[in-house]
Design a protein around this ligand. Structure first.
Ligand SMILES: *Cc1c(COP(=O)(O)O)cnc(C)c1O
Length: 357
């Protein structure tokens, strides 16, 4: 018997999203600790102010920091803060803002329109961004006012510092605010091996949505305003949107665990390493094609329909983009080498026409 067939891994949803993982031990321990005793509510507790300080230290910036329940709220509210209802927000055609937020940015901004720039492997095409801004200057066109950049991207690629500098430079030259969707910012930091502050400064980011859930929090994202003027009324926006946690300590204390001893970075490096292991294994299987560079923690593979069916029958759950025949496999802080190898073993079997390995 090969070690592969002895694997105790139960196929399931572990590669469907980095959101299928539980909370990491560091975050969970901090949560349990924060449960003791009474604390002031609505963010006036000591955990919340300490975490905000830690984030300012991490980014080496005097930014304003807020905490919300999820990434859709973080993005929608951050973008809304940057624009008037008659403005437009430029983002990639594959951006989460456009495809996965149910119109949240438009709703919360009271009408700002998303303008979709062309992208390649998830990355914005700079010429397309420029064209969207400069094609019109009349009052009938929603005035471009914000550029939204996703780092790491929806396709698992990571903008280099030079690419970010180019985008940030173009945005500022064109008078645009810069929003960064950092639902997987941690994975980008791990991939670039650069200080977080350097990454946001390269792109001249005004507001960053820093993802917590996908890197190991039970729930929650941070919103960091590097242009603090934008943050003036943000607390009201959060409250109105139902995003002000009454027991805020439970949203913020887990960050303490995550930020201590760079646990977040350790987890991001691990997720990226598991994706690299999976990508290397898939690439070695004849007939399997990888669709994007595996810079961070996502692997996109093109597989025949029958293979998807065999993997599903075996119990594997993951997202497919119908028509393209591709599978998205996400790795997280919790992904184990054994899980990666079990998936690889089943993909090999499925490619050979067998339903089990
Ligand atoms: C997951 C994700 C979000 C946040 O989504 P929620 O489900 O609302 O937390 C935002 N942007 C990107 C690119 C994401 O992958």
């Amino acid at each position: 018997m090969s070690s592969e067939t002895e694997s105790t891994v139960v196929p399931g949803c572990q590669f469907a999203s980095d959101n299928t993982a539980g909370a990491c031990p560091e975050a969970l321990n901090a949560l349990i600790e924060a449960n003791a005793g009474s604390q002031a509510s609505y963010g006036n507790d000591r955990y919340t102010s300490v975490v905000a300080d830690r984030l300012r230290e991490l980014f080496a910036a005097d930014c304003d920091v807020f905490f919300v329940f999820n990434g859709t709220a973080a993005n929608s509210l951050a973008v809304s803060t940057c624009c008037q209802p008659y403005h437009s927000v430029i983002c990639a055609d594959v951006a989460h803002l456009e495809t996965d937020e149910c119109g949240g940015p438009e709703f919360f901004s009271g009408g700002a329109k998303l303008l979709l720039a062309e992208s390649s492997h998830g990355k914005l095409n700079v010429a397309s961004v420029e064209e969207l801004v400069t094609r019109r200057s009349d009052i009938h066109y929603p005035k471009p006012h914000v550029l939204s950049v996703t780092q790491s991207t929806e396709m698992g690629t990571v903008y280099t510092l030079a690419e970010l500098a180019e985008l940030g430079g173009v945005a500022k030259r064109l008078g645009l605010r810069v929003h960064m969707d950092g639902a997987r910012f941690a994975n980008a930091v791990a991939a670039l091996d650069a200080p977080p502050g350097e990454i946001v400064r390269a792109a001249q980011v005004d507001v960053l949505c820093f993802g917590g859930a996908k890197i190991g929090l039970p729930v929650g994202e941070a919103v960091l305003f590097f242009d603090r003027r934008l943050a003036a009324d943000f607390a009201y926006r959060c409250k109105q949107a139902g995003q002000l946690a009454s027991k805020m300590r439970f949203l913020t204390a887990p960050w303490l665990g995550l930020l201590a001893e760079s646990a977040w970075l350790k987890h991001a490096r691990h997720g990226n390493a598991m994706a690299a292991r999976l990508a290397a294994g898939l690439q070695a299987i004849p007939g399997v094609t990888l669709l994007h560079a595996t810079d961070a923690n996502a692997v996109f593979a093109s597989l025949p329909d029958a293979v998807h069916q065999r993997l599903a029958a075996r119990g594997w759950r993951y997202y497919t983009f119908i028509g393209l025949g591709s599978a998205r496999f996400m790795c997280s802080w919790a992904t184990t080498p054994a899980e990666v190898d079990a998936l690889l073993s089943d993909v090999r079997a499925a490619m050979d026409g067998r339903s089990t390995s």
